[in-house]
Design a protein around this ligand. Structure first.
Ligand code: PHE
Length: 341
C-alpha cells in the first residue's frame, strides 16, 4: 500500500519538477515534496504502521526516492537558471546598430538669428555693419541728432543716465553720427546692437535691440527710402506683404514716417497680433535732417540721406508669432530650442 503511494508520489513529483516553468515554482515543489512537512516526510510517518520486517526495505525506498527527487530538483534548477539568464540577456540586449540618442546641441538666440537675416538682406543692397559704444555721450545720443534739451526723450524716466553727460544709448541712431563723422561718402551702413530705455511691460524691454540703416549719397529721396524698406520687408518676412508709411516726427529726420507692414500672421485680415488692424508697426524712418548733416559738418544739399530704425525683438515677434517680448531675455531653453536653424 505505502509502496504504491510512494511510487505515485515519485512519479507525480518527477513530472512536476521537470515541467516547472520557473525557479519560484520549482522551489514550491521542493517544499511540497521534500520539505519538513512535505509528502516524503509524511509517508515516513506511515512506516510506524508497517510490519517490523518491511520497515528497513520501505525506509530504503523512501531514501532512494528522496535522493532521486533531490537530483531531479538540482538538474531542473540548473536548467531553469540557464534559461532564465539567457532570456534576461535577450531582453536586455543592446542593439548596437540603433542610432545614438541625440544630445541637444544648443541654438542661436532668436535676436541673433533675426539680426543675421537682416544683415544678409541689407548686405545685398551694399550695406555694411557698425556697432558703436553702448555708453554714449549725451552729444551723440541726443544733441547731434537734433534732440533738444527739453525733449521728453531726455527725461530721466526714459533714459538711463551714467552721469550728467553720459547715457546708456537709447537708440542706435548715434551710430549715424559716428559714421558721418568718420567715414567717406557716399555711405551705406547698418548700425545695430543693444539699446536701453527705462521701460518694461508686455511689449517693452529695458534692454532691447535695434537695427538701423543710414544711406547718404547725392540725390536721395523718400522714394529711395520707401523702395529700400519695401524690398527689405519683402525679403525678410516673405513675399506678399505690403508696407505703409504714416507721417510722424523724429528730430533727426525730416520728413519722418512710421513704418507699418501688413500683418504676416493674418495677411491684413485682422488678428490678435495686429490688434485687428491688419497692420503692424515695425519702426521709424525719414530723410536725414539737414541739422544732423550740419552737426557732422557735411555739406547739404550736396549730400542727402535717409535713415530707418527697427526693433529686432519686434521683428522676431512678428516673424515667429511670439506673444510676450519678455521671453527674449529670459533665455528659457524650452523657448530657445524652438529656434533651431
Ligand atoms: N531712433 C528711432 C527710435 O529709436 C528710430 C529711427 C531711426 C527713426 C532712424 C528714424 C530714423 O525710435
Amino acid at each position: 500500500m505505502s509502496t504504491t503511494k510512494l511510487e505515485s508520489i515519485k512519479d507525480a513529483a518527477l513530472t512536476a519538477i521537470k515541467a516547472a516553468p520557473s525557479s519560484k515554482e520549482l522551489y514550491d515543489l521542493k517544499v511540497q515534496y521534500l520539505g519538513k512537512s512535505g509528502s516524503l516526510t509524511e509517508i515516513m510517518k506511515e512506516m510506524a504502521s508497517l510490519p517490523k520486517e518491511e520497515k528497513p526495505l520501505f525506509g530504503k525506498k523512501v531514501n532512494e526516492v528522496k535522493a532521486l527527487l533531490e537530483q531531479a530538483y538540482t538538474e531542473a534548477e540548473e536548467a531553469l537558471k540557464k534559461k532564465e539568464i539567457s532570456s534576461k540577456m535577450a531582453a536586455e540586449e543592446i542593439d548596437m546598430t540603433l542610432p545614438a540618442m541625440s544630445r541637444f546641441k544648443g541654438t542661436q538666440h532668436p535676436v541673433h538669428i533675426v539680426t543675421e537675416e537682416i544683415f544678409t538682406v541689407m548686405a545685398r543692397l551694399g550695406y555694411s555693419i557698425r556697432t558703436g559704444p553702448l555708453i554714449e555721450k549725451d552729444y551723440y545720443n541726443f544733441e547731434a541728432l537734433n534732440i533738444p534739451a527739453d525733449h521728453p526723450a531726455r527725461d530721466m524716466q526714459d533714459t538711463f543716465y551714467i552721469d550728467k553727460s553720459h547715457v546708456l544709448r537709447t537708440h542706435t541712431s548715434p551710430i549715424q553720427i559716428h559714421s558721418l563723422e568718420t567715414e567717406k561718402l557716399p555711405l551705406r551702413v547698418i548700425g545695430t546692437g543693444p539699446v536701453f530705455r527705462s521701460d518694461s511691460d508686455i511689449s517693452h524691454l529695458p534692454n532691447f535691440h535695434q537695427i538701423e540703416a543710414l544711406c547718404v549719397d547725392e540725390k536721395v529721396s523718400m522714394a529711395d527710402l520707401k523702395g529700400t524698406i519695401s524690398f527689405f520687408v519683402r525679403e525678410f518676412f516673405g513675399p506678399g506683404l505690403k508696407t505703409r508709411f504714416r507721417p510722424s516726427f523724429f528730430p533727426f529726420t525730416e520728413p519722418s514716417a512710421e513704418v507699418d507692414c501688413s500683418c504676416p500672421i493674418c495677411k491684413g485680415k485682422g488678428c490678435s497680433l495686429c490688434k485687428q488692424s491688419g497692420w503692424i508697426e515695425i519702426g521709424g524712418c525719414g530723410l536725414v535732417n539737414p541739422k544732423v548733416f550740419q552737426a557732422a559738418k557735411i555739406e547739404y544739399p550736396k549730400w542727402q540721406g535717409f535713415a530707418f530704425g527697427f526693433g529686432i525683438e519686434r521683428m522676431a515677434i512678428i516673424k515667429y508669432g511670439i506673444e510676450d517680448i519678455r521671453l527674449f531675455p529670459e533665455n528659457d531653453v524650452r523657448f530657445l530650442r524652438q529656434f533651431v536653424k
